[in-house]
Design a protein around this ligand. Structure first.
Ligand code: CA
Ligand code: CA
Ligand code: CA
Ligand code: CA
Length: 93
């Protein structure tokens, strides 16, 4: 059984043990070792900018290899822009 750090709840222990046991934390059918977004179910593994991080967990919006307030600002502008779907998920349009 996983030996938890102080403050780790029983539910968290069960979740972590399940991750270790079945090697697929998000149950999307892609093993943790090859999943480009290991904690978010994304069976298609879509990675529009091909940087190795799946779209669901790629927070580096401008592709400079750092996720920071600049990316947050770009995300905010796209989200509140005139065409947020196209801006945030061009592969869907
Ligand atoms: Ca997975
Ligand atoms: Ca995943
Ligand atoms: Ca990516
Ligand atoms: Ca960035």
């Amino acid at each position: 059984m996983y030996n938890p750090a102080p403050g780790v709840t029983r539910d968290m222990q069960v979740y972590l043990q399940d991750c270790i046991d079945d090697n697929d934390c998000d149950d999307d059918g892609v093993d943790n070792s090859s999943d480009n977004c290991a904690l978010q179910p994304n069976p298609a593994q879509t990675d529009t900018d091909a940087d190795g991080y799946g779209n669901l967990c790629d927070f580096d919006y401008n592709g400079d290899c750092v996720a920071n307030v600049i990316d947050l600002g770009m995300f905010r502008n796209a989200f509140f822009g005139t065409d947020p779907i196209h801006a945030l998920a061009p592969h869907l349009t």
